[in-house]
Design a protein around this ligand. Structure first.
Ligand SMILES: [Zn+2]
Length: 239
């Protein structure tokens, strides 16, 4: 038969454990929210990367088109000039210039083609990145809604649990509360039973003095709370 002191401590401990569990669950929520938000951010970043790549390629294509245009204008001018050249060597020099300009145009056009292929690739990557976000966003959002709901529920449960802890502390004498609080701050559960001579907290063998005290044989259990010699938890005998 447990003493009223131990009964009260066990009730307090039970409520403290519940409060503790709620606190740990509540503490985990922001991490889970951050994890989902990181996932959304990385999917958005992938879209941005593809968008930037596409924009850069389109700028490059425009500038190549401009260069092709101005080089073609130059080519037309050279051809016109060539018509009025009478000296053979000057005519040939202009002919060479025309060839060089044509080669330059061909090179620009080759580069433009490469850029056009790259644009196709970038468009595909952009579409794929967008599809990934679109496919996942509903899941991400419902996960966030669930987490917000869990947070609110846990807070409400915690408020109740805290009130229950406060109520459970009332019947325990201040001296015993101090002892309990000191142990509970390090080790919860702070009050454990002895089974087969072993402490229910650290599972090490308790001394025969402690066991006798817990059985209420040597020390009045109302006056003093026996503690495990190994871990310092309050121990009681459960027959
Ligand atoms: Zn122990």
């Amino acid at each position: 038969m447990l003493t009223p002191v131990l009964q009260n401590l066990l009730i307090l401990q039970d409520r403290d454990l519940k409060r503790h569990a709620l606190e740990s669950q509540l503490k985990a929520v922001p991490d889970e929210v951050a994890q989902v938000e990181r996932k959304i951010a990385s999917e958005k970043a992938a879209i941005e990367t593809a968008r930037t790549e596409l924009r850069d390629l389109e700028v490059r294509k425009k500038s190549l088109e401009t260069e092709i245009g101005s080089t073609e204008t130059k080519l037309a001018q050279y051809r016109t000039q060539q018509l009025s050249i009478r000296k053979n060597d000057e005519y040939q020099a202009m002919g060479h210039q025309i060839e060089l300009t044509q080669a330059a145009i061909a090179e620009f056009e080759g580069k433009e083609l490469e850029v056009m292929y790259a644009i196709d690739g970038a468009k595909a990557r952009f579409a794929a990145a967008e599809a990934v976000l679109k496919a996942n966003i509903a899941g991400h959002e419902s996960r966030l809604a669930t987490l917000r709901e869990r947070d609110a529920n846990l807070r409400a449960e915690l408020t109740t649990a805290q009130a229950e802890v406060a109520a459970a502390r009332t019947p325990v004498e201040p001296m015993r509360l101090r002892v309990y609080d000191r142990i509970a701050a390090r080790n919860l559960p702070a009050v454990v039973s002895i089974h087969a001579g072993k402490c229910g907290g650290c599972h090490l063998k308790v001394s025969s003095e402690v066991e006798s005290a817990a059985r209420g044989k040597t020390v009045d259990p109302v006056a003093q709370l026996p503690t495990c010699d190994q871990c310092g938890r309050i121990v009681y005998w459960e027959s």
